[in-house]
Write a protein of this length. Structure first.
Length: 386
């Protein structure tokens, strides 16, 4: 009985081993074949990293994010010490304020000087005109009075002779004598008045000349005002430049995405252009896969494709071909190709049609490209192993 049972189990095990052997032989002889319209390759999820760097050198004052943190475009991610630039800004603002006060004072001075000069010129011209008119009239009176005095002198001489000869009363002679003296006094007064008027004209002309010279000084004052304006504009330009620097010292995220690497730490001094972080936009992630030279020539930009992550073989991610390398490279160690003899491959980029949260930088993945846009697989299990 024991021998019968033993023989039975030996037969069962033998049959099972035979079935397994037949299965593996069948699998070996009937491998899955990749359809001729499909191109398959492996690679890793990649993306174009963006350096978040500083335009100006300085010491890192504060970091607001760390590796793997999500960021939004325009978000403050780091701050460079800005005390030196703030001091410069404060000094320039003080200079601008002082110059603006000086400018305001000169504008008031210009306005008052211009008003005073115009009034002086107006008064001087009016004075000259009036005094010249008075002088002209006075000179006529003087000439008339001189003629009268000449006549007075002749009458005086004639009346004197007649009086000495007792041919005329002495009273008449005294009258003509008094008239001559009176007219001479009048002439003397008129001459004094003429002298005063001429002096007034000289003073008015001097004032006019001074006012005209003042107009030249007015031009100098205007030039100094323009120079002050230019100086203020130059200072404001410097202020604007410093404000730009201060803004640049507030390091902001250039994209929506996440931090890949933190390169510098708080307190470190970094040079101009040196990166503080590297970041990536998930929308820009792609699969960088490799194909052999035979398939490369058939692939076109825009061809439909699917991306399969190793962890999710049954979740195809719709994609398209966005780039095909024009230069071959040696097969990377981590990349599998169908033929071992293939040593050179071409890189092909597959970009998802829309962002997918499953995609992470550096994940291994398989890409499948349809050369005719048809029969893309729904699962990685439908395809032969590379």
């Amino acid at each position: 009985m024991k021998n019968i049972v033993k023989k039975y189990w030996t037969a069962v095990i033998g049959i099972a081993l035979l079935i397994v052997a037949v299965f593996f032989i069948y699998q070996k002889l009937n491998k899955k074949q990749l359809p001729p319209n499909l191109v398959m390759g492996t690679g890793t999820i990649d993306g174009d990293l963006v350096n978040i760097n500083t335009k100006y050198p300085g010491r890192i004052k504060k970091l607001y994010v760390d590796e793997s943190d999500n960021i939004k475009k325009g978000q403050l991610v780091a701050e460079i010490e800005d005390d030196e630039y703030k001091q410069k800004l404060k000094a320039i603002e003080a200079q601008i304020k002082a110059k603006e006060k000086e400018l305001e004072a000169k504008k008031i001075q210009l306005k008052m000087t211009k008003k005073d000069l115009n009034e002086t010129i107006k008064k001087a011209k009016s004075s000259i005109e009036i005094n010249k008119a008075m002088l002209s009239e006075l000179e006529k009176n003087i000439e008339s009075l001189k003629k009268i005095i000449e006549q007075d002198k002749r009458d005086y001489k004639r009346f004197k002779n007649l009086t000495e000869k007792n041919l005329m009363p002495k009273r008449n002679f005294e009258e003509i004598k008094l008239k001559l003296e009176t007219d001479k006094d009048k002439l003397s007064a008129l001459l004094d008045k003429k002298k005063q008027i001429e002096e007034n004209i000289k003073i008015a002309e001097s004032n006019l000349n001074q006012a005209k010279n003042g107009l030249k000084n007015l031009k100098i004052l205007k030039k100094s005002i323009e120079a002050l304006k230019n100086a203020i504009d130059a200072l404001k330009a410097q202020k604007g430049e410093i404000e730009v620097v201060l803004n640049e010292l507030l390091i902001k995220a250039p994209l929506n995405g996440y931090i890949v690497d933190k390169i510098a730490n708080e307190g470190e001094v970094i040079g101009a252009g040196m990166p503080i972080f590297t970041a990536i936009d998930p929308k820009e992630l792609y699969l960088k896969m490799y194909v052999d030279t035979i398939k490369n020539g058939k692939i076109k930009i825009g061809d439909k494709a699917e991306i399969f992550l190793d962890a999710y073989p049954d979740k195809p991610i719709p994609a398209k071909v966005v780039k095909v390398a024009k230069k071959a490279e040696f097969t990377p160690k981590e990349v599998a190709v169908r033929e071992d003899r293939i040593q050179r491959v071409y890189a092909v980029r597959l970009k998802p049609l829309k962002p997918n949260p499953l995609l992470k930088l550096g994940l291994p993945a398989t890409g499948v490209i349809s050369l005719d846009g048809k029969k893309l697989p729904k699962s990685l299990n439908e395809l032969p192993e590379l």
